[in-house]
Design a protein around this ligand. Sequence first.
Ligand SMILES: [Zn+2]
Ligand SMILES: [Zn+2]
Length: 413
Amino acid sequence: MAEKIKTVRGFRDLLGEEAKKYRFVVDTIRKILQRYNFEEIILPTVEYTKLFTRSIGEATDIVEKEMFTFTDKGGRDVALRPEGTAGVVRAYIENKLYSDGIYKKLYYEGSMFRHERPQKGRYREFHQIGAEILGTTNPLADTEVIKISEEILKTLKIPARIEINSLGCKKCRPAYRKAVLEYLISHKGELCEDCQRRLERNPLRILDCKVEGCKLIASQAPKITDYLCDECKTHYGSVKKYLNALGVAYTENPRLVRGLDYYSKTVFECVSEELDKTVIAGGRYDYLVEELGGPPTPALGFAAGIERLALLVKELPKEKPLVLVIPFGGEKEKIHALRLAQTLRKNGIRVELSYREGKIRKQFEFANKIGAYFTVVVGENELKEGKYPLKNLLTREERKLTLDEIIETLRNL
Ligand SMILES: [Zn+2]
Ligand SMILES: [Zn+2]
C-alpha cells in the first residue's frame, strides 16, 4: 500500500456535524450583516508581514511568536493573515474606498493562521467572520456593532455576557498609561515572568493576564475611565445611552484592554461562560488607517470566532427530509428515475438517486443508512401505471401516487 498522507500538525478537517454547525454559524452571521447593509470583501490570505507588525503591534503575542511568516520565491517577507482587520484596512487604502467621502461597511470571512503550540481545541488555522465600518466617529456605529454581536449570539442561542470599555484616545491615554505603569512598577516583584517582560514592552497587556497574582494586582490598577478626556467621556456615554435605548445588556469592565495595539475608545468582548472564552470581540481603531498610510479615518469593527461559536451551537435547524429514488429494472427505468429525481429537485425536494445496484431489500437498507425519510421506487410496473409507491420509512406507510401527487405531498414538509 502507498504511504498515507496526514494533515499537517496544527491543521485539521471539519466533517459531518462540525461542518454543518460551522456553516450554520457563518450563514446566520452573513444574513444578519446583510440586513445591516454590510458589503462583502474577499481578501487575500497572504499579505506582507509588515502589514501585521505595523497594525497589530510589534510587542504583541501574535507578532512576537505566533505569526505564520515565510519568504516567497521572489524574496518577499509575507505572512498568512493572523486576523482580518489589517487586510480590510490595507484594501480600503489601496483601492481608495474613501474617495467618495462616504463611510464604508464591509465584512469578510475566512481562514486565519497563528503558529501556536497545538493543544486541545486550538489549531493553527481557524476561521473568523468580521465586519468593519470605516469613516465615522459616530457612536451610533459603535452601538450597532455591539448590537450586531448581541443579535448573533441571540440568533445562535448562545449565552454570553457583553463587556465594554473605553480605551481613550491619543490625548488621554498617555496619562493613563503613565499612571498604570507607575502602579505596576511598584508591584513588579509580584508579577508573573511574562508580565515582568510586558512591563517594558506592553504594560497594558498585564491587565489581561490570566495568572491569579497578576489578576489581583490588575484589579487594583488605575481605571482608564478616570482618565478619559471630555471627548472620550462623551463618546463612551453616548454608546452606553444608545445601548440602553436598544435594551442591550452589557457590563462595564474597566480592565478590558484587548490584545491588539490598535484599539482606541470603545472596545468590547462577548464572553461565553461555558467555554470561559471570548467568542466575539471588537472595538474602535481610529488611528490605524492613518498609521498604514491612508487619510485620517476613524473606524471600528468586530470579529467572531467561527469554531468557538460552532462549539456552542446546541441545535441545528431541521433539514429537509431526504427522499431516495430507487431505479429498479433496466436502462429504461434508470432513465425514468434520473428524470423523476430532477423533477423532484426542481420542486425544492432533497433527493438522492440511488447508485446502488441489486435487490430491493438492499436498496431499503441503503435508504436507512443515509437517513432517508421516504423512498420512491421506479420500476417496470410504475412506468406502465404512471404511479409510484411513496414509502414513509418512519411510519412504514406506503401509497401509490402520481408524480404530481408526490410533489404535492413532499413539497410542504
Ligand atoms: Zn480621549
Ligand atoms: Zn502575569
